[in-house]
Ligand binder design. Structure first.
Ligand SMILES: [Zn+2]
Length: 488
């Protein structure tokens, strides 16, 4: 038996001011065949799992290239076509194969391609033919397009947000693809469009219960897998929106019925799935009433959603209010990091940092800072994965410490701070740029977690996103909406 595995991933914010080029992939993550690291990454779990199983079970895995770019603006046509054609060329060379597993993010948009993953899966299908199983793992912040469902054999999304289950779902993709290759199952998919835009953290109700319900329905009555595609709201493409995907063992009618019922339930949660988002001063007021450390998350400047990650709005209020015992990270500013390295650890310098990339990110901060710690090629941890931060500098503004990073990314692991000489214990306030991926690692250190909307580049109120191309009607842009079962 021969399986082929590869991965191309990014999450494209079509409104973001930072273009995504080939170097964006090479800078964030790029592993040509055989060079995938020992640890899995968020979008490469299928390859990582398949590598392990092939070794244990004595079949052949042909590894294709894997790449990932930190979420940003539209991918250049040349970058997407080069990465795609590299993988397709490897697949052609590997033929014949008995199955394919792909780790994709699912919200990649390139110049001329609204649905990069649909395009890729369709081309893979054309190479392998109609009967070879293609298993795909996607992030729930994806566009679950009809083209993908038409061309893949089975698709499984991470269920958790934060995405702590990316390896577990990768195991399922590989296992079900192997079962399909062996003819033990005949996966068919049912797709229901909820006609809704939203954000659905799974660590809080009602989404926690919905995820548990989906899991409980799997493995019986021919239900192989259930995915809730949350949607990725910051993409102006027609098929953006929440969808339910049910994979059954050749029970299309029952799958359709279940997908429709779950879509109705998912849709009924609209507007009820989010925590309160406070204005910066309210969040700081609330935090100062608590012994701390209080973690304040700012999703509106989350680089994981394509925001630059250099907003100074909350930091400026912390400075102006002379808050002591605060930390903030990550702040993306490669130029400021370089100046800190030139000055050296322990030195004082007048530094301008942050607020450089987007209008809603505020103005740069000018301050006399002490360079507290410098680390070359620093990293943070997310579950089993190590996330590169590039060269980093911790600066002390007199009671407020800021972690400056070179490789743009969101707060995911507490070692973002502790690895940079900033202990969380004893802090009053820790501000993180992240929507929810910070939660699993930071909540155990926090006396309280608050969410803040600093008015950054990715607004929490989706009615403020200037869509022109999304399919209408869709909630909350329209009120008269209901879920629709899709043919594909
Ligand atoms: Zn996601």
């Amino acid at each position: 038996m021969r399986l082929f595995a590869a991965s191309i991933g990014t999450e494209t914010n079509t409104f973001a001011p930072i273009p995504t080029a080939l170097e964006s992939f090479h800078e964030a993550f790029y592993a040509p065949p055989g060079q995938h690291p020992e640890d899995p990454t968020l979008c490469t779990a299928p390859l990582w799992v398949a590598r392990r199983r092939a070794k244990a079970e004595g079949w052949t895995l042909v590894e294709g290239s894997c790449s990932w770019a930190e979420p940003a603006g539209t991918v250049s046509r040349a970058a997407y076509e080069q990465l795609r054609d590299e993988v397709l060329g490897q697949l052609r060379a590997a033929m014949p194969v008995d199955g394919v597993v792909l780790g994709l993010h699912g919200a990649m948009v390139a110049d001329g391609y609204d649905d990069c993953e649909g395009d890729l899966i369709e081309r893979v299908r054309n190479i392998v033919g109609a009967t070879v199983p293609i298993g795909v793992e996607l992030d729930p912040h994806c566009h679950m397009t009809q083209k993908r469902v038409r061309n893949a054999t089975l698709i499984i999304c991470f269920k958790e947000f934060p995405h702590t289950d990316f390896v577990a779902r990768g195991e399922e993709v590989v296992e079900l693809t192997l079962q399909a290759v062996r003819g033990q199952i005949r996966p068919v998919m049912s797709l229901c469009d909820c006609r809704m835009i939203g954000s659905f953290p799974t660590n809080i109700q009602p989404m926690r219960g919905f995820v548990d319900k989906m899991s409980a329905l799997e493995g019986k009555d021919g239900v192989l897998s259930i995915s809730a595609a949350h949607c990725f709201p910051y993409a102006d493409v027609p098929e953006m929106g929440s969808r339910i995907l049910v994979v059954t063992d050749n029970r299309r009618e029952a799958g359709d019925k279940l997908a429709r019922a779950l879509a109705d339930e998912f849709f009924a949660m609209r507007g009820k799935t989010l925590p309160d988002y406070h204005a910066p001063d309210i969040a700081i007021d609330k935090a100062l009433q608590d012994p701390g450390p209080v973690v304040i998350a700012d999703p509106s400047d989350n680089p994981g959603g394509g925001a630059p990650g250099d907003s100074t709005v909350i930091l400026r209020r912390l400075i102006e209010r002379k808050v002591q015992g605060a930390a903030l990270g990550p702040m993306w500013d490669p130029m400021a990091v370089r100046l800190c390295f030139m000055a050296g650890a322990g030195s004082k310098l007048q530094l301008r940092f942050g607020g450089k990339t987007a209008l809603p990110s505020g103005q740069p901060i000018d301050a006399l800072v002490t360079v507290k710690k410098l680390v070359r090629d620093a990293t943070q941890t997310f579950v089993d994965a190590t996330i590169a931060l590039g060269d980093c500098a911790t600066i002390d503004l007199g009671g407020i410490e800021v972690v400056l990073i070179t490789k743009r990314t969101q707060a995911m692991g507490a070692d973002l701070f502790t690895g940079m000489g900033v202990p969380l214990a004893g802090k009053r306030i820790v501000v993180v740029k992240s929507t929810n991926h910070f939660y699993a690692a930071f909540a155990p250190h926090a006396s309280r977690v608050l969410y803040c909307d600093s008015g950054g580049p990715i607004p929490r109120d989706h009615r403020r996103v200037p869509y022109t191309r999304v399919q209408r009607p869709i909630w909350p842009l329209d009120e008269q909406v209901q879920p629709v079962l899709l043919d594909y």
